[in-house]
Ligand binder design. Structure first.
Ligand code: FAD
Length: 427
């Protein structure tokens, strides 16, 4: 995308094309302007158009340019925060609402994919959160019992069961979350964009919003070429936010994350490594993740940016880690490599903002945006349609606020991952 093979890597190579779109060239009006062509924005636009609203979506670059087109593709249920801790963080009402909404998030994603026949390599076999050592085991045991108490279909696997599912003996056990799965993220967001177009949404790409102005009871949103007026604005620009809502980006700390994809594996390897194609990540502080794509490429990732010295360090570390995890792989060649910036909030929870009257958005998914972005987009649509009052939203209203020492933390994460991977922290 934008001639940068390290931005969207494998997903760009294998995703079906997006709908044909172009920049906003003439002034227009609609009921709702959606800014941002990722999961949140396109889901909001699709659900609004299905309810009969006229919608113009303005994307600064291309559909899926932000986190949506760069991610690992794990359709997670819930957040990093332990289920029992959520009510403590958000209050009982919002905590339980959020747990319910996000616990059901993967189901909503899968239903959308089915209903709109989106070809995005969906795998419904769950995810495995793998325990590294005793402390990792305690963490997944806690998480499992907290979800089970709420009736969620999660299961603890012992070391032997984990090894049989993954093809490595590296882990002390795993939490199998049957609600979750994997998909090709750029294919999913492009498929949503096709569905939105069919529902009547007008999509404009290369249309970065640079300013907004209140005119009477309406908003005027301008790109550098033309403008749109509407009653509502949905801000769905998240960690890649620029322009009038840059505060959405600056209230998050960037955590760089890279992925490397092998060439398609031989059939004997595919029957020993992730034969059921669950998505995997581990309990380490500098975590690793892996999953298969449809063609049988192993996509392996961790914290770090593939730039400056990082590319060589992280790739060498990944080769060492894969050799330890899966000696059966032999010498590994990477077909694609890419990285992006995950936006982390101070309490690892997302945010709801009302920037001005009728200007609303959700953001800050902390590396878990596929299901949350999709369901929050739908929630925004229902809010604008008058079906959900602000007091009934799954998150309390907050003001964007910059975390202390953001730039320092970002530099530390990028450099720290290089040091950890250079000195040999493995798998
Ligand atoms: C490397 C990586 C790995 C990840 N792995 C996972 C994973 O496995 N599972 C998971 O659930 N989540 C994962 N995530 C997180 C997930 O990708 C994000 O949470 C998700 O993309 C957020 O969706 P969104 O639609 O809100 O924002 P985005 O997808 O970031 O889209 C925002 C869009 O807004 C546009 N924009 C910004 N400013 C403007 C403007 N002024 N005018 C017009 N357009 C603008 C941007 O160009 C961008 O396309 C990962 C993220 C990264 C970076």
């Amino acid at each position: 995308m934008l001639n940068d093979p390290r931005s969207h890597g494998l997903w760009e190579k294998t995703a079906p094309p997006p709908p044909v779109t172009g920049p906003l060239a003439t002034d227009a009006s609609a009921d709702v302007i959606v800014v941002g062509g990722g999961f949140t924005g396109i889901s909001a636009a699709l659900h609004l158009a299905e309810a009969g609203r006229s919608v113009i979506l303005l994307e600064g670059a291309e559909i899926g340019f932000g986190g949506a087109g760069r991610n690992v593709g794990l359709i997670n249920a819930g957040m990093w925060v332990m289920p029992d801790d959520l009510p403590g963080e958000l209050g009982d009402v919002h905590g339980e609402r959020l747990l319910d909404l996000l616990g059901n998030g993967p189901r909503v994603v899968m239903e959308l994919i089915d209903n709109h026949a989106i070809a995005c390599e969906l795998e419904r076999n769950g995810t495995l959160h793998c325990a590294v050592g005793e402390s990792g085991l305690r963490e997944i045991e806690d998480r499992a019992s907290q979800w089970q108490k709420r009736g969620a279909p999660v299961e603890l696997l012992d070391a032997a069961e984990t090894a049989a599912r993954i093809g490595t003996t590296a882990y002390a056990g795993a939490l199998l979350d049957k609600r979750a799965g994997t998909l090709q993220p750029l294919a999913y967001v492009r498929g949503l964009a096709h569905a939105a177009t069919r529902a009547g949404v007008t999509l404009h790409t290369s249309s970065r919003v640079v300013s907004t102005e209140r005119i009477g009871s309406r908003w005027k949103v301008a790109t550098d070429r033309a403008s749109v007026t509407a009653e509502w604005i949905v801000v769905a620009t998240d960690a890649y936010s620029t322009g009038p809502w840059e505060r959405v980006r600056t209230e998050q700390v960037y955590l760089p994350y890279f992925n490397l994809a092998t060439r398609p594996l031989a059939p004997d390897l595919l029957s020993s490594i992730l034969p059921k194609r669950e998505g995997v990540w581990d309990t380490k502080e500098i975590l690793s993740s892996f999953r298969m794509d449809k063609a049988g490429r192993l996509v392996f990732g961790s914290v770090g940016a593939l730039r400056n010295g990082g590319a060589a360090i992280h790739k060498a570390w990944a080769r060492r880690s894969l050799a330890r995890l899966f000696p059966q792989l032999g010498k590994v060649d990477f077909e694609c490599e890419w990285f992006g910036q995950i936006g982390m909030t101070t309490n690892a929870l997302p945010r709801f903002h009302r920037f001005a009257p009728n200007v609303v958005g959700f953001s800050g998914y902390n590396g878990r945006g596929i299901a949350p972005g999709t369901v929050f987009g739908r929630v925004l649509a229902r809010h604008i349609l008058g079906e959900i009052a602000e007091a009934e939203l799954p998150l309390p209203l907050t003001e964007p606020s910059d975390p202390p020492m953001r730039r320092l933390k970002e530099a530390y994460y990028e450099a720290g991952a290089q040091v950890a991977h250079f000195v040999g922290e493995r798998f």
